[in-house]
Each structure stands twice: as structure tokens, then as C-alpha cells.
Design a protein around this ligand. Structure first.
Ligand code: 5GP
Ligand code: MN
Length: 333
């Protein structure tokens, strides 16, 4: 994608830039925001990176992640930095006000905002944007921005590793439909920096605890149900399941992709019990638009093949809501 020349011009002078990403940051959120943070610092800008909630331990390997400030723990430092900031950048999400306390706070500030993202239907009010739903990951958007400003920076191993991890995280290691010829072109340029791609795959996919794998086994063996009628599978995960295995909600990241390995399963859903709501994660094959299903019935959204939503009901009712939504969807209601 061509980058708006106004963006390039903006970064010609030293700027004070605040970068943030979505709650419960996944590999794309962490990798793309961190790559941007390293890049802006390398370019001599005064940059701060903040996550609106803590990241899970398995992301600790990301180079420089310890420099990210977690809101609200570092609230006063963050608020101080934002005084006189030139720009707030939202990476890998598209609506500040729907992004926990930090997002709401940023949304109210009278500071120019920039969007770097690949989700449909972004909110209004961004002065600059590097946005396209054709990007398979926000990491691709950050790559485009860096390449347009100073492509030499792509030789930096920290930047290249973070971008590579972002792209493999959101593309299931280059297997989802959003992957294009351009994605492989980007991967090729990142490898040219000398990064160890196989090590990064291990850091992203083989970096978990034994209890997490046993918990996944339990989820698949004991909890997964198949709805033959809809070619769908779902896994409801309760507080008791977490308690039994000593796991947390972050240990369910990617679990929703597992039932997709069943040949006839085209839709997969996990329902995760949080303190006062049930979080839904949806995945689909082909052109079944789980983002529309999530938006219509579960106050959510996302991409065609990967989306999320929530329900304030208890687990039993939430399961019924899911079944009803699939029934209504199939009838076009
Ligand atoms: P995941 O299942 O990995 O948490 O999320 C899949 C995709 O759906 C991500 O791109 C994420 O941003 C989006 N998503 C997840 N939950 C929600 C939600 O509650 N609302 C919206 N609009 N998007 C969501
Ligand atoms: Mn993403």
C-alpha cells in the first residue's frame, strides 16, 4: 500500500509519539506495536509503548517487551508523557474508546491520532492511517510504513523479528486466506535481515507450559461439542476448568483453531468465562463471515474468518445463544 506522503513528512521532524495496541495483546498486537516502537526510537523520535492490559508470559521473548508500560500500573508516567505528545498511534485495533480504560482516556485527549490496522470498519477521528483489510496482520501495515520512511531500518534484527512474529501469529504461519504474494515478499525481505525464522516459530508456537497442553487436551476431550447440523464445533471453558489446571484465559489463545483440523468443521467457537461476561472467539473456513455473526448476535466483530464477541449471560445460556445464533443465521434471520 502506498503511504500517505503527509505521514512521511510528519515523521521528518523529531516527534513525541505514544503507541498502544488492543487489550489481551496477541502476537500480532505485540509484534507490530513493538516493531514500530523500536523503529521510531531508532529514527530519533521520543516514543512510549503501552499495553492496556498485561501480556502473557509466553510473549516475554519479544525483544524489548520489558520496555512496554502496562496501564493502569504506570498510569502517572503514561499521563505525564501524553502531556505535549504529538501523536497517539493505535496498532492492530480500530476504535480507541472500545479499548479498556487506557483507550477511553486516549480517546478524550486532544492529541492527533493515527491508525495502523487491518480490521474492518474503523472508528472516525484518525488524522493519519495505514489501514487495509487486505493486510493479513497489522505487522504488514507497520512493514509498509517503515519501508516507506526508511527501508534500511528493516535490517534491524529486533524490528525484523517482531514483524516476522506478528505476521506468523495472525496468519497461522502463512496458511490463512488473507496471506498474499505480498506477505511472502515481506517475509523474504525480513529474512534478508538475518533473523532466525525457525527460532521465531518456536518462540511463537513452542513456548508454553506443560499444564497448558494438558488443559488443551481436557478442552478437546472433555469439553468440545460438535454441532453436525452447522458443521460447527464449540468449546465452553469455565472458571472450574481453569482452576483444575492452574491456567488462565490467556492460555486459550489459539485453542479456537484446533477444532478446525476436523475435516467437516467449518466454524469453530470457544466460549471463555470471565468474571462478569463470556468471551466468544470465532473462526471459520471459506467465506462464512464470523465477524457478521459476532456483530449481529454477540456485540462483537473482527475479520471474515476470525472474530470475537461477548455475552453477559451465564455459560449455559451463552451456549444456547450460540446455538440459536447459528440456527437463525442458517435461516437468514
Ligand atoms: P480472537 O479470537 O483471536 O480473540 O480475535 C479474533 C479477531 O476478532 C481479532 O482480530 C479481534 O480483534 C477481533 N475481536 C475479538 N473480540 C472482539 C470484540 O469483542 N469486538 C470486536 N469488534 N472485535 C473482536
Ligand atoms: Mn491483527
Amino acid at each position: 500500500m502506498t503511504i500517505d506522503p503527509k505521514i512521511i513528512e510528519f515523521f521528518n521532524k523529531r516527534k513525541k509519539v505514544f503507541i498502544t495496541t488492543h487489550v489481551r495483546p496477541d502476537g500480532d498486537a505485540v509484534g507490530s506495536s513493538l516493531a514500530l516502537f523500536h523503529f521510531l526510537r531508532l529514527q530519533g523520535h521520543y516514543a512510549m509503548l503501552s499495553f492496556p492490559s498485561m501480556f502473557p508470559d509466553f510473549h516475554k521473548w519479544f525483544p524489548g517487551i520489558e520496555e512496554a508500560l502496562i496501564f493502569p500500573h504506570k498510569q502517572s508516567r503514561i499521563k505525564q508523557f501524553l502531556e505535549g505528545a504529538d501523536l497517539i498511534i493505535a496498532v492492530d485495533f480500530n476504535d480507541l474508546k472500545r479499548n479498556a480504560e487506557l483507550g477511553k482516556y486516549l480517546n478524550e485527549l486532544n492529541v492527533a491520532k493515527m491508525l495502523i490496522d487491518h480490521h474492518p470498519n474503523p472508528a472516525n477521528g484518525f488524522a493519519f492511517s495505514v489501514w487495509n483489510t487486505a493486510y493479513c496482520a497489522a505487522g504488514e501495515a507497520v512493514f509498509d510504513l517503515i519501508e516507506a520512511i526508511d527501508k534500511n531500518a528493516l535490517k534491524d534484527q529486533k524490528i525484523a523479528s517482531c514483524l516476522y512474529a506478528a505476521i506468523i501469529s495472525d496468519s497461522g504461519s502463512f496458511r490463512f486466506p488473507a496471506v498474499t504474494e505480498k506477505t511472502f515478499g515481506i517475509a523474504s525481505k525480513l529474512l534478508a535481515s538475518g533473523i532466525d525464522h525457525s527460532q521465531i516459530q518456536r518462540d511463537v508456537y513452542d513456548n508454553f507450559t506443560e499444564r497448558r497442553l494438558r488443559f488443551w487436551g481436557h478442552c478437546v476431550t472433555e469439553k468440545m461439542e460438535i454441532l453436525e447440523e452447522f458443521n460447527a464445533a464449540f468449546i465452553p471453558i469455565t472458571k472450574e476448568d481453569f482452576l483444575k489446571f492452574g491456567t488462565k484465559a490467556s492460555d486459550t489463545e489459539n485453542l479456537v483453531n484446533f477444532p478446525m483440523s476436523i475435516k467437516h468443521v467449518n466454524i469453530s467457537v470457544i466460549l471463555v468465562e470471565h468474571a462478569d461476561f463470556i468471551k466468544f472467539s470465532f473462526r471459520s473456513k471459506d467465506d462464512f463471515p464470523v465477524n457478521e455473526l459476532a456483530e449481529k448476535y454477540f456485540n462483537g466483530g473482527g475479520h471474515v474468518n476470525a472474530a470475537g464477541g461477548e455475552s453477559k449471560s451465564n455459560m449455559e445460556t451463552a451456549i444456547q445463544e450460540l446455538k440459536d445464533s447459528l440456527k437463525m443465521w442458517s435461516k437468514g434471520i
